[in-house]
Design a protein. Sequence first.
Length: 202
Amino acid sequence: MPIPTALRTLLKPEDVLKQLGIRAGWRVVDFGCGAGYALVPAARFVGSSGRIVGIDVRAVAVDEARRRVELAGVADRVDVFRADLTRPQASGLPDGWADLILLVGMLYQSEPQRVLREAARVVKPSDGRIAVVEWEQVATPLGPPSEQRVTKDTVLAAAKAAGLTFLSSSTPSPYQYGLTFSRAQAPRSSESPRRGRNVAAV
């Protein structure tokens, strides 16, 4: 969840997680975790019986996120690693493993359909949730250039192609929109299953 310093006063990971109904024992994955701003509050919500995974393509972000969770004293329930989530099954997590997957300010920097396909594979069917937060298509004092932003319609179309069902929308900050999805069916994939990472053992 890469969050610019100035935006942290507006977009609060704790509030986003509460709105998503996070509970003790949940398994949460942050796709594009950046420096790990959401990892620590997520780890505190799920407690020692839960598990948090942060994934980013940038080595410097992964290193910073690891330092953050170590300093917060929650490294026992958080794994952070580097992966390119546009590649099939890149997370290495088992099918249907996660209760919640976060994609905050990530899709505009990536390929939405490919990333959402991996999210659809990893999230639990039916009751699992995928939460997307992206920038509105309006002038804002923060955020990427307007031509780089991903529209709601683009995200909705990519999610549908990935086998996801739209559940709800929200306004997590004055400059961003939120969309929540579930996996109503097995994601379409021609890839053979991969063995899951050992983070699945909780």
